[in-house]
Design a protein around this ligand. Structure first.
Ligand SMILES: [Fe+2]
Ligand SMILES: [Fe+2]
Length: 187
């Protein structure tokens, strides 16, 4: 597997891990005050799910799609579908993150339950997106991208993974995973 495709696959492992520990945490919350107690943890997980894909993962996937379309127009349909799902997930994740910041210990139980259900549904959609890419998109990339294509792509297009300027930011996200892992049991 090419190193850039491996990075995309590693991103999926990290995203899945965060989705799993966030689910566990949400399921433990029966009232708004429970979520407030775990606010820092849930906020960190939502920040990661919101920002890492937008800043790193989605741009690389979409640049790859554009790169492949420029060589073979027949994959346009898959490309469109992935892009549409990205915009929807980005929108629903940032909307729910904002709603979560507005939660207080006084939030009534109906609003709390609605928010919790919406968060769990979002997690479900995120899982489905990762799964469909692993099933259809990644194998297609692996099949179509030859060694020379990767060299060309990484040199001219792939700024998010190959630029040193982005390394520091990636480091911050790595720290955020460590924080979440450390607090996953106690949160
Ligand atoms: Fe994606
Ligand atoms: Fe992905």
């Amino acid at each position: 597997m090419n190193i850039s495709l491996k990075k995309l696959a590693d991103d999926h492992i990290n995203l899945r891990y965060i989705l799993i520990i966030l689910t566990r945490q949400l399921e433990k919350c029966q009232h708004a005050r429970d979520m407030i107690k775990s606010r820092q943890f849930i906020q960190a997980a939502l920040n990661y799910l919101c920002e890492y894909p937008q800043q790193f993962h989605h741009p690389v996937e979409e640049q790859l799609i554009q790169y492949l379309i420029s060589r073979d127009g027949s994959i346009l349909v898959i490309g469109d579908e992935v892009g549409i799902q990205h915009r929807e997930l980005e929108h629903s994740t940032s909307t729910l993150r904002l709603q979560f910041t507005q939660l207080t210990a006084q939030t009534d139980s109906q609003d709390f339950n609605t928010l919790k259900d919406q968060l769990l549904e979002l997690i479900n959609q995120q899982h489905q997106h990762l799964e469909s890419e692993e099933k259809y998109f990644f194998p297609l990339i692996e099949k179509l991208m030859k060694k020379q294509d990767w060299l060309d792509f990484n040199e001219h297009y792939n700024q998010a993974y190959s630029s040193c300027a982005m390394d520091e930011k990636r480091g911050e996200f790595a720290s955020s995973i460590l924080y979440l892992a450390k607090h996953a049991k106690s949160a």
